[in-house]
Design a binder for this molecule. Structure first.
Ligand code: NG1
Ligand code: ZN
Length: 531
């Protein structure tokens, strides 16, 4: 078949280094950029098959998010903008690891297993982050798609969530928005401006936000979006990519893990600041107080702020919709306690990795999900959205209810429901703070985080650690959990767990306790038990 001849020829231009094996993990493929050319070509092939199979447009994003600039990676995006299914993650690994001479065999195997009609057309949307290696790697994806006769649309430099948005817009015939960068800015900015009309007498100081762009794509896109916000948000951008290195001493991951401000940011006392990660799908906020103390407002604080706001609107609108917050084992114990005991919302805990949180959140009328590291969004079920729209149209809805319903409607439009989105989340947070007249300190005071520490341990084979109970307990190696339990007992309000990372060759250790010294010491003791 001529179709496969082209694949065969082109694959020689993107050869696989013999013996190299990689796995499609929680964040797709991710490793040093020099090992990825063949992976990109093959993901172009796989996206084309996925498109034929689903009769929809599929997305391929070239990025390694918060990893160092020298790394790169790739993720596939399914028709509704969600992560690709587990079975296809398996195909991705199968195709990636096929030696050069068995690539066609593996490709045909997938076509057969999935019963793919190869005469179907295929369409693939491609995006990339600002890493120098992304240029040639995204070209390799394009080569893969075209060698199977698929059509491509190369969006060039976009944030990961922007590409998810484009894919969703395309496959819902524009119902979600227009699949252009301009359409994205217009949808979000209109919703933001509608929301901030409800915040009275905001001063320029209150409209000011310091943004750390991690020297990445988020900084570029923030600059593009600013005019759409008509000064309702006055962004002061640092780490905008003009001189610094991507994610180096800056960005959401650095700030969250180091629990300190990024380099290059000039923070005034109490000033609201936030950091994006390298592909702008994560965000964390922070400020320093008058004593120079750094305060982090992470994904748990974001989930709390947004769910409190939504719950209040539901009460005002007299809407009986179930709201739940989805977290992972990394959620600070104080946040879980506050959500369950004070706010009385359902909280559920899933394994690390956005796809797990996303699926759990889909089970509720309104599912707010955030990883502690700042990756998250809010999902509204179709039924919930319909109820909100109907109430808006109902002539019997009184003014107070109507105001709440209108706010809910604009909030839904402002949220990128396909995936966590730093720009969209930032605008939601800014709108909520404005409407409620809250400062960063007011937000921080909702509850007090338990001091915590995250460590990485390098072991010879991280996969010997197996976990259960949403990764909160280790089942192997034998005896490890007993040791952790024993160590935890030595400290007050303590909790600790270990799990193998899905994106790096390390074991992650997490500990929290009543003081920072105790959290640090517990994390250290547990990491010694992992060796
Ligand atoms: P791993 O490396 O599996 O811990 C990290 C983050 C996840 C998720 C993925 C994908 C932590 C502790 N882990 O996963 O939450 O964001 O990267 O980027 O932050
Ligand atoms: Zn990211």
């Amino acid at each position: 078949m001529a179709q496969f001849e082209k694949v065969s020829q082109k694959s020689k231009v993107h050869p696989k280094p013999e013996g190299l094996t990689l796995q499609y993990g929680t964040a797709g493929f991710r490793t040093h950029a020099t090992h990825l050319d063949h992976i990109m070509f093959r993901m172009g092939l796989l996206a084309t098959l996925r498109s034929k199979k689903t009769k929809s447009t599929i997305g391929v994003m070239v990025t390694a998010s918060h990893n160092p600039e020298e790394d790169n990676g790739v993720k596939l995006i399914d028709p509704m903008g969600e992560m690709v299914t587990v079975v296809w993650e398996g195909y991705a690994t199968q195709l990636a690891n096929a030696e050069q001479d068995s690539l066609l065999k593996e490709l045909k195997d997938i076509i057969k297993k999935e019963d793919i009609d190869m005469s179907e057309p295929a369409s693939v949307y491609i995006g990339k982050d600002t890493r120098p290696s992304s240029v040639s790697l995204s070209q390799a994806v394009l080569d893969g798609v075209s060698s199977l006769g698929g059509k491509t649309h190369d969006y060039g430099l976009v944030t990961t969530p922007q590409l998810h948005y484009m894919v969703c817009c395309c496959n819902t015939n524009g119902c979600y928005g227009s699949p252009t960068i301009e359409g994205y800015y217009q949808k979000l900015s209109q919703a933001f401006l509608q929301l901030t009309q409800n915040a009275l007498n905001r001063t320029d100081d209150q409209k000011r936000l310091l943004v750390d762009g991690a020297n990445g794509i988020g900084a570029l896109k923030m600059r593009e979006m600013e005019p759409f916000l008509r000064s309702e948000l006055q962004v002061v951008l640092s780490n905008d990519g003009s001189s610094g290195k991507l994610n180096h001493m800056c960005g959401a991951d650095y700030v969250k893990v180091q629990q300190k401000a990024p380099q290059g940011m000039n923070m005034g006392v109490g000033e609201r600041c936030c950091s994006f990660d390298g592909d702008a799908d994560r965000i964390v906020y922070y400020y320093t107080d008058s004593k120079g103390c750094f305060h982090l407002l992470d994904g748990d604080k974001i989930a709390t702020l947004i769910s409190t706001y939504l719950k209040e609107l539901l009460t005002q609108a007299e809407l009986n919709l179930q709201i739940a917050v989805v977290q992972t084992a990394y959620a600070n114990g104080s946040s879980t306690r506050y959500l369950e005991d004070v706010m009385k919302v359902t909280v559920c805990c899933t394994k690390t990795g956005v796809k797990h949180l996303h699926h759990a959140a889909q089970e509720y009328d309104i599912g707010v999900y955030f990883e502690a590291n700042g990756h998250g969004t809010v999902l509204f079920s179709k039924a919930a959205q319909k109820q909100i729209q109907e109430l808006m149209k109902d002539p019997n809805t009184n003014d107070e209810r109507k105001r709440a319903v209108k706010l809910l409607e604009s909030t839904i439009n402002l949220i990128n429901q396909t995936v966590g989105d730093a720009i969209s989340d930032m605008l939601v947070i800014e709108a909520v703070l404005a409407i409620r007249g809250m400062s960063a300190q007011d937000w921080d005071a909702i509850y007090t985080d338990l001091p915590n520490r995250q460590l990485k341990v390098t072991v010879s084979d991280r996969r010997v650690i197996d976990t259960t109970d949403a990764e909160r307990r280790a089942v192997s190696p034998k005896g490890l959990q007993d040791t952790i339990d024993m160590l935890v007992k030595k400290y007050k309000s303590a909790r600790s767990f270990v799990r193998p990372s899905g994106t790096e060759d390390v074991v992650r250790v997490y500990a929290e306790a009543d003081t920072q010294e105790s959290a640090d010491s517990l994390a250290h003791e547990v990491s010694l038990a992992v060796y």
